[in-house]
Design a protein around this ligand. Structure first.
Ligand SMILES: O=C(O)/C=C/C(=O)CC(=O)CC(=O)O
Ligand SMILES: [Ca+2]
Ligand SMILES: [Mg+2]
Length: 425
């Protein structure tokens, strides 16, 4: 879950800052999963082998499947199956109602006797993939990342392709290989060109991570009706962290002319806690200036700002190797959704679209190893003295994130964790 950042137990009440919601739970002030975050997930726990919907609060998980039966009977069916699918499909009015009720339960002492038995220490729970992934799309929205990849992979051409500033480039990925944080990532095999020019099938020698932000679609859209920028928040339920694992040698050989295929479709890891859009209202910032001005369906000059001031951290075997800033990403989630549907393709509940690798202008803000090591030419030296051009078996990558919350505090996005295991013999 979210590391040791303070303790929470159903004990003494703690006062938080004045306009921040205060909870009767003993949640350390500044805990990333305080009462202003309230992310949703799916878990199994001690004595409950059947999946539950949970809400993370401090270092505890509220069993929402059980709590709703007692305190929210009309909506209890939304949580009965133990996945977020019915809640996602229910739409923004229901999302707001449920969040308001959960906030009330956790901040009004009168609910304590009912809820205390339904709080489980997070360390005793096992996270599950929180929703059924319908379609998975990966964008390419960070100008710094796209510029770096262009320089590395296409050194003879312009770094950015001529279309890059006109539309959010993306590709359709593989929904069935999206896995929850903690799932081991088996080193994939594929065709790649060896240094001697020989083409062979074998385990990738250039396994990489990509630090991304994922957006989870709740309410579907109608076929033939593009989703305008102003309606994005009717469809986007919330945000997770994504690691789009990439086999760079497989990718480099296969990607022309149709784009990434098997080099990225073996595993994509997502964080277990979906932070609702409602928790991120303090993180909204103006997106970067766009030049040239995009076509009207992508022109957000006069729209609600959809930039998000999220701060990511990537660790490799516990050592921070990058701190990608999300606020500067060129294309916003609202623009990505408008583009994804401009051809009339409808959204389905559970669609996941990711930002693309988040890189900032500084070297220590690059969101992938191919950028951090410039395709292996400048390996990282880890504190244990070992070098990394790309990932070794046994390496563990953790991407975590925070966002501005109320009163200058920060809320957490949790983390997505994955360890590389050896290719099968
Ligand atoms: O520039 C390329 O050919 C490839 C780019 C990527 O590998 C990145 C990708 O998956 C999209 C992204 O994460 O930004
Ligand atoms: Ca990617
Ligand atoms: Mg992938």
């Amino acid at each position: 879950m979210n590391g040791k950042r303070g303790t929470a137990s159903p004990g003494t009440a703690t006062a938080a800052a004045a306009t921040t919601a205060t909870t009767w739970l003993d949640v350390a002030p500044g805990h990333p999963f305080g009462p202003s975050t309230l992310p949703y997930g799916s878990f199994t726990g001690p004595g409950s082998p059947e999946p539950r919907v949970g809400v993370a609060i401090g270092d505890l998980v509220l069993d929402l499947t059980a709590a709703a039966r007692v305190l929210l009977p009309p909506d209890a069916g939304l949580f009965a199956a133990g996945t977020l699918d019915p809640l996602l499909a229910a739409g923004p009015a229901v999302w707001a109602r449920v969040r308001a009720r959960v906030t009330e339960w956790l901040t009004d002492e009168r609910h304590r006797p009912t809820l205390e038995p339904l709080l489980v220490p997070a360390e005793f729970t096992t996270p599950r993939l929180p929703f059924t992934v319908a379609d998975y799309t990966d964008f390419y929205a960070s100008e710094e990342h796209a510029t770096n990849l262009g320089r590395i992979l296409r050194p003879d051409g312009a770094a950015l392709t001529p279309n890059w500033k006109h539309l959010p480039i993306g590709y359709h990925g593989r929904a069935g290989t999206v896995v929850v944080s903690g799932t081991p990532v088996v080193r994939p095999s594929g065709q790649r060109r060896a240094p001697d020019g020989e083409i062979a099938l074998g385990p990738t020698t250039r396994l990489d991570f990509e630090a991304e932000v994922g957006f989870v679609v709740g309410a579907p859209s109608a076929p033939g009706r593009p989703v305008p920028l102003a309606e994005a928040d009717r469809h986007v339920f919330g945000v997770c962290l994504v690691n789009d694992w990439s086999a760079r040698d497989v990718q480099a050989f296969e990607y022309v002319p149709l784009g990434p295929f098997l080099g990225k479709s073996f595993a994509t890891s997502v964080s277990p806690w979906i932070v609702p859009l409602a928790a991120l209202r303090h993180a909204r910032v103006a997106p970067p200036p766009r030049d040239p001005r995009p076509l009207p369906y992508l022109d957000d000059t006069d729209a609600e700002p959809w930039g998000l001031d999220l701060a990511l951290t990537v660790t490799l075997n516990g050592h921070p190797v990058s701190r990608p800033p999300f606020a500067g990403v060129y294309w916003t989630a609202a623009q990505q959704l408008a583009h994804l549907t401009v051809n009339g393709a409808p959204l389905r509940t559970g669609d996941l679209f990711a930002s693309g690798t988040v890189s900032g202008p500084r070297r220590d803000q690059r969101g992938s190893l191919i950028e951090l090591t410039w395709n292996g030419a400048e390996p990282l030296v880890l504190p244990d003295g070992t070098e990394r051009a790309f990932l070794r078996d046994g390496d563990e990558v953790v991407i975590s994130g925070t966002a501005p919350g109320p009163d200058g505090a920060r809320i957490g996005l949790g983390e997505v964790r994955g360890r590389v295991s050896a290719a099968p013999a």
